[in-house]
Ligand binder design. Structure first.
Ligand SMILES: *[C@@H]1O[C@H](CO)[C@@H](O)[C@H](O)[C@H]1NC(C)=O
Ligand SMILES: *[C@@H]1O[C@H](CO)[C@@H](O)[C@H](O)[C@H]1NC(C)=O
Ligand SMILES: *[C@@H]1O[C@H](CO)[C@@H](O)[C@H](O)[C@H]1NC(C)=O
Ligand SMILES: *[C@@H]1O[C@H](CO)[C@@H](O)[C@H](O)[C@H]1NC(C)=O
Ligand SMILES: *[C@@H]1O[C@H](CO)[C@@H](O)[C@H](O)[C@H]1NC(C)=O
Ligand SMILES: *[C@@H]1O[C@H](CO)[C@@H](O)[C@H](O)[C@H]1NC(C)=O
Ligand SMILES: *[C@@H]1O[C@H](CO)[C@@H](O)[C@H](O)[C@H]1NC(C)=O
Ligand SMILES: *[C@@H]1O[C@H](CO)[C@@H](O)[C@H](O)[C@H]1NC(C)=O
Ligand SMILES: *[C@@H]1O[C@H](CO)[C@@H](O)[C@H](O)[C@H]1NC(C)=O
Ligand SMILES: *[C@@H]1O[C@H](CO)[C@@H](O)[C@H](O)[C@H]1NC(C)=O
Length: 811
């Protein structure tokens, strides 16, 4: 989305225009079948759109839909945001004060990803959708949200890496599988007695989007050249989860092109892969409002899930990609390819010309509108409030004590202890004198990252130390990226006068954000020089701990921790949200024990000189040391999933002796009904078929009397199976064990799927390869399970064939 829409400006500028629900009681619509709640969403929307003139269809093809006043269909803004809480966006308006002037602001996804806790993510999504519904009920938001962002975080330079949970596609898929039902109201609450969708979530940006503006390569015109193998294994995998498994109602095509075709005009991505291969048509939910279509349309016709463009992306198809013969042709190609909404005004301006020139059809435009209004029917937009539990949500359900506690817990769980020499941490609860140095010690809004809403309050690290009763001296010392050292002297004297030195710095959205990639991943400005000076103070008085808290995404911290290092403890908190300062201080004091793990690799600063950001190939090759933990062949500063604790843990396979040592592909795939003609359906997806359920025993073996969580991680090591080169390792299962007391054990079960063990071939097929496998627990491989899979290789999923001239594998 355009930069101009980010940040506080919109929070204040958003108009407070109340939004209406359609009037099905007495207005002109009341006699239209759209108001007949016994019909299917598709039948209802068809009856509505049948009343539109072609001009009215064109007028309602953009996100600012005027509605059709003569029919009593109200105007509707389709664009809302809720990345980590109800957020400032064109369709959301916060009140200036009082009720509805704030919402719960959770950590950014990169911090929540670090928690490796799927039930936590579900709880957060439940709260976000509850608060959004409460805002909707008083006309302060629509029901369609351009969230989540689920492009895997391939390159540390990406300005929007903060918006996504991980660099790992398997992890992102698991995250999405719990997030979407939380946002849309799936699961137990989504049942026969409440068939309505809570919100419509939008998986973005489909696909291959992870560059903003790197050295002149702007996202608007960038052509991502991606092999079919990488598409299968990485770039498309979270989107498959979203469309096929998590039932996301909408998708967003991206600004960039993939292999020569702008994604919003790509029938291969939008029809062949998304709709035909992933089954993105009618909702997979069994509970739907209304009954059968009275005109006998089949479920497959009633494709009420839909695709929006990224905002102004259709304009970019023409202006930046120069795709098509004219503006009207670019507009038509986007509609024909399967995009259903222009987040922007290029369609309203150009579709009339496209229709006149027969570049597209009214039928295509008609279908796009029916899809969208059918989705509104699923949300209960046309139905009386009385029968709808979500319509009863109110301000009393926003920013509740439970929601606030959850925001704090999410931040605590996402904090990662990277280094802790001589058990410097925890500092202990008894108050001392602390010097909080650095540009982010007093930060509040910066803790929220981007796509945020107004929080009731945001707690800084300084404020949290004060409320813990500590004697705090706060000195900025230096800015995030500036060259001035004039604040060093004050910082040093504060450090000299304190018992404990806590440096809070790193990066914020001045360094990484939408439209802003980084060129460097070293610490910016004079921050390392200032930490050097603080380390000198510390060495004068060896007992004085120096703790660094790093905010923002990864910077190369090797000089802080290598050898004897300069700092005693290094903590990463990312963008911890409204209770971020509190969460950091709770961890530093030991009120809570850290158990987060890095959801990304921390690369050395030299990484940016080894590979261009525009090189989408994951595997090492010319000018590319490999990307992500699976393929990077250099030495990391901290590996993916690194994270320390305040105690020690054993993790072992519970029933090591009963773990099988051989499997055959025939046995493993016997129960699968393979289907050559399309998606097997009914959850019969070969990649989701079970491989084994593994139990892991976690024992808190520490002598320090610390109760702590522990994240169980299971990796498949490289292995010699499948096409070379082989990845270093791959995450195949994970779960967070909670509150394991000293001397106690916890049992965690990991259900492993065939898909997690499989890898793509050059054609883009996902294949279960025979061979010798080694599964290891945790980053350090603290327990090992070796087994062999015998038999023939089995294709679990085929990537839709390339269309002529486009989307060919390019090496
Ligand atoms: C568009 O198609 C219609 C019906 O086939 C035809 O009458 C009309 O001449 C065509 N217009 C153009 C510009 O080709
Ligand atoms: C604010 O919301 C609460 C809880 O729903 C409600 O009791 C109260 O009347 C509201 N205040 C105003 C001014 O609307
Ligand atoms: C940390 O412990 C090591 C040995 O365990 C010791 O050599 C070193 O002096 C200690 N450092 C500090 C700052 O106490
Ligand atoms: C990493 O891969 C690149 C590209 O293939 C190669 O040039 C380099 O030697 C490799 N480095 C290591 C340490 O294997
Ligand atoms: C921890 O693991 C070690 C090595 O596997 C084992 O000897 C020890 O008994 C375990 N301790 C506990 C408490 O499980
Ligand atoms: C371990 O194996 C035993 C015997 O087969 C079984 O009773 C027990 O449930 C297993 N434990 C786990 C955690 O799988
Ligand atoms: C195979 O896929 C097609 C197309 O989705 C579907 O109609 C058919 O029911 C499937 N057959 C089986 C056995 O799942
Ligand atoms: C361990 O910590 C708990 C909770 O803080 C406390 O109740 C208990 O007394 C402690 N036990 C020991 C042996 O220190
Ligand atoms: C993975 O990387 C580590 C660290 O660079 C290396 O020691 C190990 O040999 C690699 N393993 C495989 C299977 O490539
Ligand atoms: C691909 O292009 C060739 C040559 O233009 C054409 O003969 C063929 O029918 C096309 N195939 C498909 C599937 O469109």
């Amino acid at each position: 989305m355009p930069l101009i829409l980010i940040g506080a400006i919109i929070l204040l500028a958003a108009s407070a225009s109340a939004r209406d629900f359609p009037n099905c009681k007495s207005g002109p619509l009341s006699t239209n079948k759209v108001c007949d709640a016994t019909l299917s969403p598709w039948a209802r929307a068809s009856a509505l759109v049948a009343e539109f003139t072609v001009q009215e269809k064109i007028a309602n093809s953009g996100d600012k839909s005027p509605g059709v006043q003569r029919l009593g269909l109200p105007a509707y803004e389709w664009w809302q945001e809720a990345l980590h809480g109800v957020a400032g966006s064109p369709g959301v308006s916060f009140a200036a004060s009082g009720n509805f002037s704030y919402a719960t602001s959770f950590p950014q996804p990169i911090t929540m990803g670090a928690a490796f806790d799927l039930p936590l993510i579900r709880s957060v999504a439940d709260v976000i959708s509850t608060e959004a519904r409460a805002f909707s009920n008083v006309g302060r938001t629509g029901l369609n949200f351009w969230t989540p962002n689920i492009n895997p975080y391939r390159d540390p330079r990406w300005g929007r890496g903060q918006e996504v949970p991980s660099e790992d596609a398997y992890f992102a898929s698991q995250y999405i599988n719990v997030l979407i039902p939380g946002l849309q109201g799936g699961g137990p609450s989504h049942s026969a007695d409440n068939p309505y969708y809570k919100l419509v979530a939008t998986c973005k940006h489909y696909a291959g989007y992870d560059i903003e503006n790197w050295q002149g390569n702007q996202r608007y015109g960038f052509n991502a050249v991606i092999t079919r193998q990488d598409l299968q294994d990485y770039y498309l995998a979270p989107f498959r989860a979203c469309a096929r498994d998590a039932d996301a109602q909408s998708f967003m095509c991206a600004y960039n092109a993939v292999n020569g075709v702008p994604t919003c005009a790509d029938p291969w991505l939008l029809q062949d892969v998304l709709r035909d291969q992933y089954g993105f048509s009618t909702s997979t939910s069994t509970a739907t409002p209304g009954g059968k279509d009275d005109e006998g349309a089949t479920a497959a016709d009633e494709g009420d899930r839909w695709v929006t463009s990224d905002c102004d992306a259709i304009k970019n198809v023409w202006n930046d990609h120069h795709y098509g013969a004219s503006a009207a042709d670019a507009a038509a190609r986007s509609l024909n390819a399967g995009t259903d909404l222009d987040c922007g005004d290029f369609w309203p301006q150009n579709l009339a010309a496209a229709l006149r020139a027969n570049l597209t059809t009214e039928a295509a435009l008609h279908k796009s509108l029916v899809r969208r209004y059918a989705s509104m029917a699923r949300l209960g937009w046309f139905d009386a409030a009385a029968g709808q539990p979500y319509r009863r949500l109110s301000w009393a359900d926003v920013a509740t004590p439970d929601a606030k506690a959850l925001a704090l817990r999410a931040a605590v769980e996402g904090i990662v202890l990277l280094q802790n020499k001589n058990t410097t941490l925890p500092l202990g609860p008894s108050p001392k004198k602390v010097a909080v140095i650095g540009p982010l010690g007093s930060a509040t809004t910066q803790l929220q990252g981007n796509y945020f809403g107004r929080a009731q309050s945001v707690t800084s690290v300084v404020a949290a130390f004060k409320s813990a009763g500590w004697d705090v001296t706060a000195v900025q010392g230096t800015s995030i990226a500036g060259s001035s050292t004039s604040g060093f002297a004050a910082a040093v004297s504060a450090a000299q006068a304190a018992d404990v030195i806590v440096y809070v710095g790193g990066i914020d959205n001045s360094q990484e954000s939408e439209t802003r990639d980084r060129n460097a991943i070293a610490w910016p400005g004079q921050q390392l020089a200032l930490i050097d000076r603080l380390a000198e103070v510390k060495s004068e008085e060896a007992k004085k701990p120096l703790v660094v808290v790093q905010l923002g995404t990864m910077v190369d911290s090797s000089s802080l921790v290598s050898g004897d290092g300069k700092v005693d403890a290094l903590v990463w908190a990312g963008y911890p949200g409204q209770s971020g300062g509190q969460a950091v201080v709770d961890i530093l004091l030991g009120t809570n024990a850290p158990a987060g793990r890095l959801p990304v690799t921390q690369y050395p600063a030299s990484f940016v000189d080894q590979v261009k950001m525009t090189n989408m190939n994951l595997r090492p090759g010319a000018g590319n040391p490999g990307q992500t933990y699976k393929w990077y062949n250099g030495t990391t500063v901290f590996p993916f999933a690194h994270g320390l604790h305040y105690t020690t843990f054993n993790a072992t396979f519970s029933n090591a002796t009963s773990l099988p040592s051989t499997f055959s592909t025939a046995d493993l795939t016997r129960a699968i009904r393979f289907n050559a003609t399309g998606p097997p359906g009914s959850g019969n997806y070969p990649d989701l078929a079970p491989f084994a359920t593994v139990s892991v025993t976690v024992a808190n073996t520490g002598s320090t009397n610390v109760t702590s969580d522990y994240v169980v991680l299971l990796f498949a090591k490289g292995g010699e199976y499948g096409p070379a080169p082989h990845p270093n390792k791959s995450l195949v299962g994970f779960a967070r064990a909670h509150s394991v007391a000293p001397g106690a054990t916890a049992e965690v079960t990991l259900p492993l799927t065939l898909g997690a063990l499989a890898r793509g071939d050059a054609e883009g097929s996902l294949v279960l390869w025979p061979g010798k496998y080694t599964l290891v627990l945790d980053v350090d491989g603290r327990d090992t399970w070796d087994f062999e899979i015998t038999g023939d290789e089995v294709v679990l999923e085929k990537l839709a064939a390339a269309r002529n001239g486009t989307n060919r594998a390019v090496d």
